[in-house]
Design a protein around this ligand. Structure first.
Ligand SMILES: Cc1cc2nc3c(=O)[nH]c(=O)nc-3n(C[C@H](O)[C@H](O)[C@H](O)COP(=O)(O)OP(=O)(O)OC[C@H]3O[C@@H](n4cnc5c(N)ncnc54)[C@H](O)[C@@H]3O)c2cc1C
Length: 251
């Protein structure tokens, strides 16, 4: 019998396995993930400086441990290229894998704004544990961070990085913190709390470009003509569900 195949070892994939194994201990399961398969809590990625946690500290279980605990075959570093739904197989870079049932637990991609400038490639986003490890390495020994986006993740990072001793500038075109989530009064309360931590807000303009400046600094250019200098730029503009593979498969 072909295994159940789960693509993704994040919260959705992991909890599917955990709950399924309460009912069925035997049916073969293969979990595929493009990343390193370490189990972690994603909300902790924006609380790591407050709690002084490195990427390794945030790892709750290795893929080997998950495999043993739930009697599953976890394959890491495998980027699934597509689904052949008619023949019930997932397409791997050089091979394929047949399934009896398929679970898509693919998560979301970060959305990067259409920025100009010669330092766009150095703008970070933090959407998984591997990103978090790279971001922590990048801010090590640095003092200033510009955050693009004042939604949930931008505000959480503003709070966390301030607690970690960084001077934070936050750019939010919609004019207040958490504009899509909170009414004005509550937004103001969040903004006041972050301002007390030292966060400097740039409400109204859009980020237009990120350039290399002097002395290794990055310069974020805003649509109102102002320029923000910082050591590191973090984009927290938004996430889009990874539905491309399902669409291509006609699901
Ligand atoms: C910084 C941050 C803070 C957050 N804070 C909160 C919070 O406080 N409260 C809250 O409710 N939510 C929060 N969220 C959102 C929440 O954490 C996520 O919605 C949730 O973790 C997503 O889980 P997932 O399993 O769907 O995706 P993920 O955990 O992203 O897992 C996706 C998996 O799919 C794999 N994958 C994707 N494409 C392929 C492919 N082609 N081939 C193979 N594998 C593939 C990846 O490798 C990964 O294993 C936060 C998110 C972030 C980024």
């Amino acid at each position: 019998m072909h295994p159940i195949v789960i693509i993704g070892t994040g919260l959705a994939g992991f909890n599917t396995v955990k709950e399924f194994r309460k009912l069925d201990k035997e049916t073969p399961i293969v979990m595929l993930t493009a990343d390193d398969g370490r189990n972690y809590s994603k909300p902790m990625l924006s609380a790591g400086f407050t709690k002084e946690k490195t990427a390794d500290d945030l790892c709750m279980a290795t893929p080997e441990k998950v495999a043993e605990q739930f009697n599953v075959d976890v394959r890491t570093g495998v980027h699934v290229a597509g689904i052949d739904a008619a023949n019930k197989r997932v397409l791997l870079p050089d091979d394929h894998l047949d399934y009896s049932k398929l679970v898509l637990a693919l998560g979301a991609d970060t959305w990067t704004p259409p920025l100009e400038g010669d330092a766009v490639g150095e703008v970070f986003s933090v959407n998984d544990l591997m990103d978090y490890g790279k971001f922590r390495a990048a801010v090590d020994g640095k003092k200033t961070v510009t955050i693009l986006g004042g939604g949930l993740i931008g505000c959480e990072f503003a709070n966390d990085l301030s607690n970690g001793g960084f001077q934070v500038s936050l750019v939010e075109p919609m004019g207040r913190c958490l504009p899509l989530l909170l009414p004005e009064q509550a937004s103001e309360a969040v903004g006041r709390g972050l301002a007390e931590l030292g966060v400097q807000f740039h409400f109204g303009p859009l980020a237009k470009a990120v350039h290399h400046g002097e002395n290794g600094q990055l310069v974020t250019e805003l649509s109102d003509g102002s320029k923000l200098e910082s050591d590191v730029v973090l984009s927290a503009i938004g996430l889009r569900p990874r539905i491309g593979m399902a669409k291509e498969a006609g699901l």
